[in-house]
Design a binder for this molecule. Structure first.
Ligand SMILES: NC(=O)c1ccc[n+]([C@@H]2O[C@H](COP(=O)([O-])OP(=O)(O)OC[C@H]3O[C@@H](n4cnc5c(N)ncnc54)[C@H](OP(=O)(O)O)[C@@H]3O)[C@@H](O)[C@H]2O)c1
Length: 213
């Protein structure tokens, strides 16, 4: 599959590497593609360009930018380049204010998530929340003694969620579908929960798993 990764930060790089590892074609996008020169030199099979280039390239897109700038990045990507495509949304609505006793602050409320805002502004894109509630080291083929961790996903488009589940299978995750875009009200704050042991006790090596009867 041709994958356009919107972002030049660590999450974008880790996910782009995961797609390359699993045989996909990748273009990474940034406002300043030259900042990806080192990454491209280490990953010669990939390509780099602007947000619009990467969005036009991808059959599937990954949104891995600063939460506050997610809508700006999508505007730069161009509505026509994201229309009808699955957009894996790895972003979190982290506010600028510092954490409170290890609990990060969000600029959203429990009644409206960042992904709902993005889906509202870009109704023809098929957003699927994923990868937002785990650290970089465990995004691609995580190995835990307790088995595969669970990736909680949500989104309005069933076909888009199916294709994200297939990718999560490749990336070594089990998938739990938490319904429509409103599910992001619960999935985005999982990032806060994931970070607390890190900020309080410098423990960062964990992932969530849903146990079932
Ligand atoms: N770090 C983690 O372990 C982790 C885990 C799960 C999810 N996340 C989430 O993943 C996302 C990416 O995190 P990150 O740490 O890799 O990167 P980041 O530092 O949060 O974001 C960097 C990206 O944001 C873009 N950006 C910043 N300001 C912008 C603006 N005004 N307009 C357009 N784009 C702008 C940058 O674009 P340019 O390339 O043009 O500079 C760059 O691609 C975040 O939402 C984060 O909460 C992080």
């Amino acid at each position: 599959m041709k994958v356009g990764v919107l972002g030049s930060g660590d999450v974008a790089k880790v996910l782009a590497s995961g797609f390359l590892k699993h045989g996909h074609q990748v273009m990474m996008g940034s406002r300043s593609p030259e900042k990806l020169a080192d990454w491209k030199a280490k990953n010669p099979a990939s390509s780099t360009g602007t947000f619009a280039d990467a969005a036009a390239f991808g059959e599937l897109l990954v949104l891995a930018v600063k939460g506050k700038s997610a809508a700006d990045a999508l505007r730069l990507a161009g509505g026509q380049n994201i229309a009808g495509k699955t957009v894996i949304d790895a972003t979190n609505p982290i506010a600028d204010a510092p954490p409170d006793h290890g609990v990060m602050r969000f600029f959203t409320s429990l009644d409206q998530s960042l992904m709902e805002q993005l889906q509202g502004e870009f109704p023809s894109a098929n957003f699927v929340k994923a990868f937002n509630s785990v650290g970089l080291a465990f995004m691609v083929n995580p190995q835990f003694p307790g088995g595969k961790p669970t990736m909680f996903i949500c989104g309005n488009n069933e076909a888009a969620k199916k294709s994200v589940s297939t990718i999560l299978d490749q990336f070594g995750w089990e998938t739990e579908d938490m319904g429509s875009v409103e599910g992001a009200r619960a999935i985005e704050p999982l990032c806060m929960l994931w970070v607390i042991p890190g900020l309080l006790r410098n423990e960062w090596a964990h992932a969530f798993k849903l146990l079932k009867m």
